[in-house]
Write a protein that binds this ligand. Structure first.
Ligand SMILES: Cc1cc2nc3c(=O)[nH]c(=O)nc-3n(C[C@H](O)[C@H](O)[C@H](O)COP(=O)(O)OP(=O)(O)OC[C@H]3O[C@@H](n4cnc5c(N)ncnc54)[C@H](O)[C@@H]3O)c2cc1C
Length: 345
């Protein structure tokens, strides 16, 4: 079943990128195949896949279409926050519509983790009022916001505490801005969301107010092993294309083999971390996965020569997409590792 899904994602990856097409059919097929249920507990209608199986699945999907696989992390993020929330009414109302793919949900929390952290004033402020909060400000990054019925949103309170809310995009004062044109992944329809005096009652609170709500980095959050699985899956896709080039050109074999060996080690570390072992830190894995994604894509381009530089060739797409991993969900140690590698330090 996963093989058929992979074929579907792979066969549309080029046009998703070149035409900026929202991958509706691919996401629907993922929902139909129960992808959103992989990591959910059985008592919540999930398939209770082990963490190792889950990252294996993500590796395969990401090797076929990064846009679709990245978008899967949005409803998955919403589901995880709902499961973790003490707000069972909200969980019971939204879990099944999200898990079945009936509605799309997106997440906007980077402004409390990896984005705009140097600014003196918070991006999105939640002010207490009787029975609820009023949200004012802007979230800089939400992928798939225009397709989303609900957003999981992080906000700052004037006293410095943090709040996590589920926000229906139909709420008065919520404005999903037009998507940004980006170097890659434009089909994810990523852009800012504005909040103009958005009034939400306490019933929409998922967590908080609490200090440092986002300080803990789980398996699926900022710089987590799921983000590494996407980077490694992307490297896998580029490596498979490099392998077919190398199959007829002996001069490419040493580079392909070296990258394959490095990939195998990184995948082994990923699966070990997923199983609860600690062959390395999650940040070290993410740094290695980012590096591999970038180098495998560029090796594919070098092997494809000028032909790979022409629009429409997969090598160009892989190179543009790989750049995403330098900027997406990268905690400071991962950014520092990338800069050290680039600077040869
Ligand atoms: C395609 C894409 C999709 C994304 N989707 C989502 C999503 O769905 N949900 C989500 O929550 N997040 C999402 N993100 C956000 C992502 O995870 C990162 O948080 C984001 O890429 C960080 O970039 P930034 O420009 O906001 O960083 P910032 O740190 O805000 O940097 C912005 C600019 O500020 C300046 N600057 C940075 N640090 C300093 C400093 N210390 N002092 C002075 N100036 C400084 C630099 O000039 C920099 O260019 C997405 C990002 C991308 C690229």
């Amino acid at each position: 079943m996963l093989a058929a899904l992979c074929r579907l994602l792979r066969s549309h990856a080029a046009e998703v990128d070149s035409q900026g097409l929202w991958p509706a059919a691919q996401l629907a097929a993922c929902a139909e195949q129960g992808v959103y249920r992989w990591g959910l507990p059985r008592e919540h209608g999930g398939l209770a896949w082990s963490e190792a199986d889950l990252v294996r699945g993500l590796l395969q999907l990401a090797s076929c279409c990064l846009t679709t696989t990245f978008l899967l992390t949005q409803p998955a993020g919403c589901l995880r926050r709902l499961i973790d929330s003490p707000n069972h009414a909200l969980r019971d109302r939204y879990l099944e519509p999200l898990a079945s793919g009936k509605i799309f949900g997106a997440v906007g929390i980077a402004h409390l983790t990896t984005s705009r952290r140097h600014l003196a004033r918070p991006m999105l402020v939640a002010t207490r009022r009787p029975g609820g909060f009023t949200l004012q400000g802007q979230i800089p990054w939400v992928s798939g916001g225009s397709q989303a019925e609900v957003l999981v949103v992080g906000a700052s309170c004037p006293d410095g505490q943090q709040l996590l809310l589920l926000v229906p995009t139909s709420s008065a004062g919520v404005c999903v801005e037009p998507p940004l044109r980006m170097v890659g992944l434009s089909a994810t329809r990523t852009g800012p969301v504005r909040f103009d005096q958005v009034r939400l009652d306490d019933e929409w609170i998922l967590a908080g107010p609490a200090p440092d709500l986002f300080a803990q980095r789980g398996r699926a959050g900022t710089g987590s092993i799921h983000t590494s699985a996407l980077a490694l899956g992307h490297a896998r896709g580029a490596l498979s294309l490099l392998e077919s080039e190398a199959s007829t050109r002996a001069e490419l074999v040493p580079a392909w083999q070296a990258l394959e060996a490095e990939y195998a080690q990184a995948e082994q570390n990923l699966l070990a971390l997923a199983a609860g072992d600690t062959p390395c830190t999650p940040d070290a894995l993410r740094a290695a996965a980012n590096s591999l994604a970038l180098r495998c894509a560029q090796a594919l381009l070098a092997a494809s020569k000028g032909s790979g530089y022409i629009e429409g060739h997969p090598a160009g797409r892989y190179c543009r997409e790989a750049l995403f991993f330098l900027v997406w969900s990268c905690p400071q140690p991962v950014v520092a590792a990338a800069l050290c590698e680039l600077a040869g330090l």
